[in-house]
Design a protein around this ligand. Structure first.
Ligand code: CA2
Length: 147
């Protein structure tokens, strides 16, 4: 069965608790519930995971190798630093939709560079929590095109 893996990186477990003016007031648990409800409507399997550890995110990306999984990835600040996550994505040859709650291009200069964008199929940013379900729609479309 087609599967969408929703991966959230460092500090995103704090969503809804701090900086609501930047990241919104929806908690990660609420976003994950929305993703699970949306997956039911789409008829696709979904798994939601969050880690503050780069290596753990990389391990989960590796697990999608030779599967029918697409990844929705909010790599948090690793977006701007992690060649290792970029390499992991390139190595598994699975579609990744990069996602950011905030519009990274309207923020500090250091957030304008994304290593993830270099290997992602596409990117959604600036649409808050709604971006996750939009990214799932895009991910499913890509999986269908693979069949
Ligand atoms: O806009 C996004 O989704 C980001 O990926 C969020 C990252 C940031 O480093 C990226 O540049 C853009 C930061 C996530 C931190 O999340 C927090 C949530 C609540 C309170 C504090 C941090």
């Amino acid at each position: 069965m087609k599967k969408i893996l929703i991966l959230n990186g460092p500090n995103l477990n704090l969503l809804g608790m701090r900086q609501p003016e930047v990241y919104g007031s929806t908690t990660l648990a609420e976003i994950e519930d929305q993703c699970r409800a949306h997956a039911k409507q789409l008829g696709v399997e979904v798994e939601c995971k969050q880690s503050n550890h780069e290596g753990e995110l990389i391990d989960w990306i590796h697990e999608t190798r030779q599967s029918r999984t697409a990844i929705v990835l909010n790599a948090g600040a690793y977006t701007h630093t992690s060649i290792a996550i970029m390499d992991a994505i390139a190595s598994v040859e699975r579609p990744v939709i990069e996602l950011h709650l905030s519009n990274i291009h309207q923020r500090e200069e250091f957030r304008h560079t994304s290593y993830i964008s270099k290997v992602a199929k596409g990117m959604i940013c600036g649409l808050g929590a709604h971006g996750y379900t939009l990214a799932m729609d895009a991910a499913l479309r890509i999986l269908e095109e693979e069949d």
